[in-house]
Design a binder for this molecule. Sequence first.
Ligand SMILES: [Zn+2]
Length: 206
Amino acid sequence: MESILIDPDSVHDEFIDPDTANKMNMPFDVPGIRAEMERMLSIPKCRDFVKRLLAEVSKAAPVNKLVAGGDVLKVFDMIMAQEMELPKLVRACDFDNGADKTLNLNLAIGSIAGKDARIQVGSCRPGKSVTREELKAAYLKSDARMCLHETIHHCGEHVYTDEQLARTVFLMNASSDALPVPTKPNQDMRTAYSQYWDAVLKKSYK
Ligand SMILES: [Zn+2]
């Protein structure tokens, strides 16, 4: 499968249109992403929700131990400190750098237990044409949000799944919505479960 991403250095437009912006393989600003995650986690509502979510999900899955006591920033640092050939953060569709071929956008790949924990992050699409600086800022914000979500998955030694996290959020009464239910046999429910608990996470830092 060939990558459809564009090298950001090949784009010289003063204003970058949403389609081009969405296809650019923007480099990750790791310190910036970490600082933004730290900012989000310093919001009491976000910090308390994430803390409780991880305490409850690990209680429900005792064989899948909590990493670093559920300290999300520490887990992010652990992911970034692993020694491996592939980049720890990879843009969706960047197949040369080990992006997932199933075309999922945001993913927790591997695990802390396997010493191969990685995070795949989808592209962002601005609502209008933007300058390079505006695009960088938009990517930083969206990358940090995705990294927060995916690092929460990696807080389980063997990854907490979207279904586990969604069920936990439901049992915590943290969402006013009903849990998504499959409408046909063998339906892949990952996206539905992911959106379910991510909606509550998003609300906690907005
Ligand atoms: Zn997820």
